[in-house]
Design a protein around this ligand. Structure first.
Ligand SMILES: [Zn+2]
Length: 492
């Protein structure tokens, strides 16, 4: 709901409900219509990269973006960071935490991973590995392990895929803030496929505490050798649905033979309504690989990205439903709200999350997932995380319900919480920040008895001021969102 829509909703509520209610010593909050009943999105999970997850604060080596980076913190910080995430999840009803780079020599390899997975299990939270099968370093992300795909492909250059010009298939992560250059394998190679299956077997044998895996075939370009092209036809995607169909079913079998309760998550990269999915993932597909995929056990979990479809009702709306062939499985919708991948890492994305939860639930999602690398000290991130859980629990709730139930108690009452929704989005317009900060200082000065609420307001004002300060150095009077613009191959 936009600002006008929210005001209209609240005005209607006041007209209908009449009296305002007082929540303790907080400011008056209107009598809102009850939340429309509906089913829930049962499971809520986080995912993250190891190198840029910063839940312990003020630590040397922090990174604020990236994919495929070196790990730059001191040994031991990995476990401290993720224990914090696990504690937060246990406290707030989040069920799992996916980690890319779980297995790395630099932060303790198998031993550290086992300790973390065991700690999480004790708290009722699952750690699941996110790993590429033909790309992204494989099961053991980085180090001197036979299950590091990068190491293996150096030893076996004949397993490396090829680009259109016949050169070895490698990916440079620099555009997304990454530092690594990683070779990718040729999925048509039977030796490599067997190696991938053996690495999955090793993983679940070696870390029995692991809660599952999100398997990825790779989305940074695919092998263009004659065999791969013959398998795929003329599709020009940087990822291959055919490659997924080739490895996910046998991968799932290997995992289940070691761990009966593991989450077997198959990443599909696309929104389920994207054209390649609608076209390929059909019960009447002539492709035998697709039939193998659709024959996977019904406990298999498929993961789809939400992308920016929530913006356009023509692309995703209340009537949209999961692809018929996938309704027998469990399905995750994964959002990039409030992260470097879309709006910016510290931004307030609650309204987007509300819409995505609503649409995901109505579409039939069993899981909803978001990125959790940012410390919830940053209150916009905290509200985003809380929103994911809240709107998964109440998919038909309106923004005002969230403001009343989750924000008002954390910000000193209904009225200041309402103001947060506007003030927190002014960072892109430096001309408005001075007045916003003046207002925040006033709000904060009335909160001396509620230090946590005051902390959130002061953090917001410091964040806004950082944009005003930077705006002096940019020619655009509205400032420059260089955090967002410098990420992911965009122009600085
Ligand atoms: Zn190939």
């Amino acid at each position: 709901m936009d600002a006008m829509g929210r005001r209209g909703f609240i005005a209607g509520a006041l007209a209908a409900g009449g009296a305002a209610t007082l929540r303790g010593s907080q400011t008056a909050c209107p009598q809102l219509p009850p939340i429309a009943p509906s089913k829930k999105i049962q499971h809520r999970i986080f995912w993250s990269w190891d190198h840029s997850t910063n839940w312990s604060m003020n630590v040397p080596g922090e990174q604020n973006c990236g994919v495929g980076n070196e790990y730059t913190k001191k040994f031991g910080m990995f476990e401290l960071d993720y224990r914090r995430v696990v504690d937060w999840c246990a406290e707030h009803g989040m069920e799992g935490v996916g980690i890319v780079g779980l297995l790395r020599d630099r932060h303790g390899g198998v031993d550290a991973a086992r300790r973390l997975c065991g700690y999480a299990r004790e708290k009722g939270v699952r750690i699941y590995l996110i790993a590429g099968l033909f790309a992204y370093g494989g099961i053991y992300y980085e180090g001197d392990s036979p299950w590091s795909l990068t190491k293996k492909l150096r030893e076996r250059p004949d397993w490396v895929g090829v680009g259109l010009d016949g050169s070895p298939l490698v990916y440079h992560h620099m555009g997304s803030g990454g530092t690594k250059i990683e070779p990718m394998g040729c999925p048509s190679n039977p030796e490599l496929r067997q190696y991938v299956l053996d690495s999955l077997d090793w993983l679940f044998k070696t870390i029995p505490e692991l809660g599952g895996i999100q398997m990825e075939a790779g989305d940074n370009g695919v092998c263009q050798c004659a065999k791969c092209r013959a398998r795929r036809g003329q599709a020009k995607n940087p990822m291959s649905i055919e490659d997924m169909a080739l490895i996910y079913p046998p991968g799932g079998e290997v995992i289940r033979s070691r761990s009966k309760d593991a989450w077997v998550i198959c990443e599909c990269y696309h929104h389920f309504l994207a054209e390649p999915c609608v076209k390929t993932f059909r019960a009447d597909s002539p492709d035998e690989n697709v039939h193998k995929l659709l024959a996977m056990p019904s406990s298999t979990i498929f993961q789809w990205g939400t992308g920016d479809r929530y913006k356009d009702p023509a692309k995703w709306n209340d009537s949209s439903r999961m692809l018929p062939a996938f309704r027998k499985f469990r399905n995750i919708l994964r959002t990039h709200a409030g992260t470097q991948w879309s709006d910016g890492r510290y931004t307030f994305a609650v309204e987007r999350i509300r819409r995505e939860c609503r649409l995901s639930c109505l579409s039939g999602a069993d899981f909803i997932s978001m990125f959790d690398e940012n410390n919830p000290f940053y209150a916009n991130s905290e509200f985003n995380y809380l929103a994911l859980n809240y709107f998964a629990e109440h998919p038909l709730a309106e923004m005002a319900h969230f403001v009343r139930d989750e924000m008002a108690p954390r910000l000193g009452g209904w009225e200041p919480a309402e103001r947060w929704c506007e003030l927190s989005t002014l960072h892109k317009d430096a001309t408005k920040i001075l007045a916003a900060v003046d207002e925040i200082v006033k709000i904060a000065s009335g909160l001396s008895a509620d230090r946590e609420a005051r902390r959130r307001w002061l953090q917001l004002s410091a964040w806004l001021e950082s944009y005003r300060f930077e705006a002096k150095f940019w020619p655009d009077p509205k400032g420059h969102d260089y955090y967002f613009n410098s990420f992911n191959w965009r122009r600085v």
